[in-house]
Design a protein around this ligand. Structure first.
Ligand SMILES: Cc1ncc(COP(=O)(O)O)c(C=O)c1O
Length: 474
């Protein structure tokens, strides 16, 4: 075991046994060097490891603190492994998406990052320049599998993470949703068994519903995010063909699964010969200096189709994504030619300019910093005002907070009450097919702090309190 792992494990034990309490300040890096006798780099690595697991969080110019909640989350779901067939989520998602489309609604329920933090002036300048060049509209060069220069740049980004990639492995798609759907269609047939995490982006549930798949749901692990024991149990019990997993900055819950667990998942997938569709659309939303690896990193046998997009980093309106499809590239292109045909030519050319001139990396650095600040601000505000029985899960990546409601308060009740006040929140029911009632809501924290945000959060807190006292008075 590395020294940094030893130190991280020691600190984790102190957190687990309650010696270090929520929001307590950890010794500074230099103090920890003195205390532990380890080098500064070892201490930094250990703190980063704990941060990436959501056990501690950093406050700018102040240091590291123990995160609240993660270890206290009950193992209430931990043992449930359920088979849900058929899925029926589409109409609920449709109703929900319609209800939050009104621009007067405060969009705390939205999955889109705030437009002002993903907006890039540089990219719009590039788009302006290339829009005047007739060559930028050459449709033939951009037909499936997509613009070669863009595929080369995406392939390079994989190679930089240690994932050997040829531009021919990549298919450019209309956003990540298209990449995920095409991948699933290329592999799955009616009646196949698919494993989905119990809380999962509703797009996965819709896709499973559309293809008539049998869904087996996998509960979250209260600390690690991913329950390996339950996963192995499922693979032993059902003839699973495909998994659709999200392991980095999970939507809706927010956790990032450790490299160690990802490696074990890869071993199990190989052992049971199961394909993985990896939804990694939030892969760039980490706050730590090192990007978390994807499952594609551990893929020895071309069984992982890794899907992502620019939607969370540059804006969902771009509709440019991709799949690292490997040997499924041809099958996916065939499906694409029968559906969306190709992705916007001008945007693909603009992205080539933007990425190859290093503007994307610069944009990502600023974006991550803003997201981290905004999320912490939301977290601190809410955390000190939570009504009794609520618990807030903070994970140091992405822009979602996952709020547990008091006993007997159902997520749809909170959503319905707030939408009347023109405030949108995402009810846990949207993400969960296993349970008819869910006690969680997801909040989008990507927005800069303004009066309307604070008022919306105040309304959320008072709505929960009012629903709680209604329950106690029954
Ligand atoms: C987890 C997850 N996967 C996929 C998507 C779809 O991404 P895109 O807008 O690139 O199609 C979203 C969008 O919100 C998402 O949250």
């Amino acid at each position: 075991m590395y020294k940094s792992e030893q130190l991280a494990q020691h600190l984790r034990q102190l957190i687990e046994n309650g010696t270090l309490k929520a929001h307590e300040k950890l010794p500074s890096l230099r103090e920890q060097v003195q205390l532990s006798g380890f080098s500064l780099i070892t201490v930094m690595n250990a703190y980063q490891e704990l941060e990436s697991r959501g056990l501690i969080y950093a406050r700018e110019k102040s240091g590291y603190y123990i995160a609240q909640g993660l270890l206290e989350i009950e193992a209430e779901h931990a043992q449930i492994v359920s088979l849900n067939t058929p899925v029926e989520i589409n109409s609920l998602v449709f109703k929900y998406l319609k209800s939050i489309q009104d621009e007067k609604i405060v969009p705390l329920g939205s999955a889109f990052p705030a437009q002002d933090i993903v907006f890039s002036k540089k990219l719009t300048q590039i788009m302006g320049q290339i829009s005047r060049n007739p060559k930028s509209y050459d449709a033939i060069d951009n037909l499936p599998p997509g613009n070669l220069a863009l595929r080369k740049l995406i392939a390079q980004r994989y190679c930089m993470q240690g994932i050997a990639t040829d531009p021919e492995d990549i298919v450019i798609t209309s956003g990540c949703m298209d990449a995920l759907n095409l991948s699933l269609q290329a592999i799955a047939s009616l009646g196949d068994y698919i494993v989905l995490q119990q809380n999962i982006f509703y797009g996965a549930l819709q896709a499973a519903e559309r293809l008539g798949l049998k869904v087996v749901t996998l509960p979250e692990h209260p600390q690690d995010g991913f329950d390996l024991t339950a996963f192995e149990h499922i693979l032993k019990t059902y003839p699973v063909k495909i998994c659709w997993l999200m392991l980095n900055s999970h939507n809706p819950v927010g956790f990032t699964v450790s490299d160690e667990i990802k490696h074990k998942i890869a071993v199990l997938l190989h052992q049971y010969h199961v394909h993985l569709i990896e939804d990694d659309v939030y892969e760039e939303m980490h706050y730590a200096s090192k990007k978390p690896v994807s499952m594609k990193y551990f893929d020895q046998n071309n069984m992982v189709l890794h899907c992502s997009s620019f939607s969370k980093t540059l804006g969902a309106a771009f509709r440019v994504g991709w799949v690292h499809a490997g040997k499924y590239s041809q099958a996916i292109q065939h499906l694409q030619l029968m559906s969306t045909i190709s992705v916007n030519t001008l945007l693909q050319n603009a992205l080539v300019e933007f990425i190859s001139n290093y503007h994307y990396e610069k944009h990502l650095r600023v974006l991550r910093k803003s997201l981290q600040q905004h999320k912490l601000q939301f977290y601190r505000y809410l955390e000190s005002r939570l009504p009794t029985g609520c618990k807030l899960q903070y994970h140091p990546s992405g822009y979602f907070l996952w709020l547990k409601l008091p006993e007997n308060i159902e997520s749809m009740a909170v959503y319905e009450a707030l939408i009347q006040q023109q405030i949108g929140v995402a009810p846990g029911r949207l993400f969960n097919v296993a349970e008819a009632k869910t006690q969680y809501i997801r909040l989008n924290c990507s927005f800069a702090w303004k009066d309307d945000i604070q008022q919306a959060l105040d309304a959320l807190l008072s709505t929960i309190s009012a629903l709680s006292s209604d329950q106690t008075n029954i």
